[in-house]
Design a protein around this ligand. Structure first.
Ligand SMILES: Cc1ncc(COP(=O)(O)O)c(C=O)c1O
Length: 448
């Protein structure tokens, strides 16, 4: 699918920023030249997906589309049961509604924003136990998404199994730079959860990229296909949440999968209440078909090689221009290390948000902040704001959309900003909701 893009004038970009309260989520798509806000649902569907849409069966119950998706699900993930949902967060909401009680904790390597917020919305505590090297942008350890096993064991011992209704692991670790988790780590995390009878759910959004990283980087896997590796990953878990808008290569969709029959029955009731009947969730039949095809395509080795090469290309271009990034580059995005790039802007003035704003003003490029806007929170016990350790600007690459020259333009724009980066100013928040504030917060430049 070809879409026209246009670079509007700098004056119009400035007006758009003021109108949007310096929040890139408030900018309209026609005002954007290159849109790297997210890889979620923004990819281009293939000809097979477009043709699959045409055979979508829109029956309310028991549609053929559902069974085609169910066959794919069995083949790739192997869980006994699943419910389709309209996107990943709906699967998280159902899981949290069924399992989480006030004050209970859910450990993971790093919860992404919607998971974090779904847990908090149920008055639970999201706990991030990723290895320390995840916080060092220059540490090139190949599996920086790994859970710290000692931290996990200690956390379970300190918190008590009764206060941990389920445990998670995000593959790849989006909030930590799109970094993969090794099979060895997945297996070890599973063993710890199982030893403690804690149900283990994988946040599988980018499981195919993670599987390909395992193939490339972990010994014993070079001869296995991404699909075989994926199958092995999920044998270690009791279930998964997934947004099909990522490695499902679809524009909408997701699922909650599980082996536990009783949990499936309860999830089904929640689904009917919130999303729709068991065989369509919040989706049209044609969406189910697009996902079934997209999931298979997402595991194609040639496609995954292109995907990771594109990310690596942008990362190399930025490194050539001495733009600090999270190393090694992740699967779906390159993350600029705004803390190092803009050391004169403190976390409470949101350095990564300031860089996102400048990227749009300078080049019409939309990116997203993954730093203090997204993850700082008020510790109600101490009354202090707790800031995350990383201030990142994520340049997420939509699947099968942009070419190398688009990426060159992005790298050149950042290199241009670098020459006058000391003049960039921080921002202050003038409006923010309590949860998921990055979507709708409004800002003003500091020292206006
Ligand atoms: C790791 C991870 N988990 C969960 C989600 C939520 O998925 P959705 O946006 O489909 O609700 C996302 C979306 O960005 C994600 O990256």
């Amino acid at each position: 699918m070809i879409e026209p893009i246009q670079l509007i004038s700098k004056e119009d970009r400035q007006s758009a920023l003021i109108r949007a309260g310096y929040n890139l989520f408030g900018i309209n798509s026609e005002e954007i030249f290159i849109d790297l806000l997210t890889d979620s649902g923004t990819g281009a569907m293939s000809q097979e997906q477009w043709s699959a849409l045409m055979i979508g069966d829109e029956s309310y119950a028991g549609s053929r589309s559902y069974f085609r998706l169910a066959d794919t699900m069995k083949e790739i993930f192997g869980f006994q049961n699943f419910v389709p949902t309209h996107q990943g967060r709906a699967a998280e909401t159902i899981l949290c509604s069924l399992l989480l009680k006030d004050g209970q904790s859910v450990p993971s390597n790093t919860h992404f924003d919607t998971t974090d917020a779904n847990i908090r919305a149920k008055k639970g505590v999201p706990v991030n136990l990723v290895i320390d090297s995840a916080y060092d942008p220059n540490d090139k350890y190949p599996f920086k998404g790994n859970m710290d096993l000692v931290k996990l064991e200690n956390f379970i011992a300190d918190t008590g199994v009764d206060n941990i209704p389920f445990g998670m692991l995000t593959i790849t670790n989006n909030a930590g730079g799109g970094q993969p988790v090794s099979m060895e780590n997945i297996q070890a995390v599973s063993a710890i959860y199982r030893k403690n009878n804690i149900p283990f759910f994988i946040d599988a959004c980018r499981y195919a990229e993670n599987a390909y990283f395992i193939k490339l980087r972990e010994s014993g896997y070079s001869e296995k296909s991404p699909k075989e590796i994926a199958r092995e990953i999920f044998t270690h878990a009791d279930g998964a949440t997934m947004s099909a808008k990522k490695d499902g290569n679809a524009n909408i969709g997701g699922f909650l999968a599980m082996n536990d029959e009783n949990l499936y029955l309860r999830a089904g009731n929640e689904l009917i209440l919130r999303e729709g009947f068991l065989t369509y969730g919040g989706l049209a039949g044609r969406d189910l078909d697009a996902i079934a095809v997209g999931l298979r395509e997402g595991l194609d080795e040639k496609y995954l090689a292109y995907r990771l090469a594109q990310t690596a290309y942008l990362a190399d271009k930025l490194t050539e221009s001495d733009i600090p990034i999270m190393n090694p580059p992740g699967g779906h995005a390159v993350y600029v290390d705004a803390k190092t790039f803009l050391p004169h802007i403190p976390p409470h003035e949101f350095p990564a948000q300031a860089l996102c704003v400048e990227l749009f003003l300078e080049g019409g490029i939309r990116s997203v902040e993954i730093g203090s806007v997204m993850f700082a929170y008020l510790n109600t016990k101490t009354g202090e704001v707790v800031y995350p350790r990383l201030e990142l600007v994520r340049l997420a690459l939509p699947r099968r959309v942009y070419t190398q020259s688009h990426l060159d333009y992005v790298a050149d724009t950042l290199a241009g900003i670098k020459t006058r980066k000391d003049s960039l100013r921080g921002l202050k928040i003038v409006y923010a909701p309590e949860l998921l504030r990055h979507f709708t917060a409004r800002f003003e430049p500091e020292n206006l």
